[in-house]
Design a protein around this ligand. Sequence first.
Ligand code: AKG
Ligand code: FE2
Length: 283
Amino acid sequence: MQLQTIERRAGLNRESFREEYLLPQKPVIFTDLMDSWDAKDKWTIEFFKEEYGHLIVPVYSAEYSKAGKGYMTADKEMPLKEYLEIIEAGPTDLRMFLFNIFKHAPELCNDFQTPTIMDGFIKTYPFMFFGGEGSSVNLHYDIDMSHVFLNQFHGRKKVVLFPPEESVNIYHQPFTVASCIKDFANPDYDKFPALKKAKGFECIVQPGESLFMPSGYWHFITYMDGGYSISLRSNESILRRAKGAINIARHYVVDKGMNRVMGDRWNQMKTDIAKRRAQTANG
Ligand SMILES: O=C(O)CCC(=O)C(=O)O
Ligand SMILES: [Fe+2]
């Protein structure tokens, strides 16, 4: 793999962001996008424990996305306070997401603002992502094809990104938004040789920083510390919104349907297709 370091910028305006990053579809870290947010200093672990510690949240272990029984279901539920104590105590693969804290605590929305750096920010409640030290998020791209601004509040995250053009070299699993490479931290190059040719980006996002991931970008995330962020999404293009809708249909109708009918054989078929594509592309 060839990974380039992602640039850090402060003071970008709409024009310079558009010219240098949005149009060329290049990732960037803003060091000042969250500066005006109350949340930047207010949303500490202590704050969440004291104000929202009683909320019952779904918690996921590394097993959650493995195909088969219990696919995509939470491993357990617990009060937020208990979950935060676990991630403070040391390494754990437990993550917490797909829980919309803003539905339970809409007043939290006053603590951050929709960025003005571009148009098209999606108005529904955004999602927060929490994870323990050492936990990771499988290599994937976002099904709705929006641009993602990942704003980090607590802890550091190591992020590896690949542009959509690299889908073949990173073994895009057809009909899904995932890669066939499930252990991306220790990839098996014998099984996935084209990965050596993949060109992407890497960075460590620090608290107070915002990572811009352009539409369709692949991301693999490792939590270097226990921590959390909020992902704000934007999609200013009707064409891209339509593409997202098609992705969602393909996933929920074709992939889930075939999983039900064929089970593990469907997984194997998808991996075979991805391998053949990588082989063809690389001669
Ligand atoms: O930070 C995370 O845990 C996952 C973020 C992510 O995949 C996203 O915002 O699209
Ligand atoms: Fe994502």
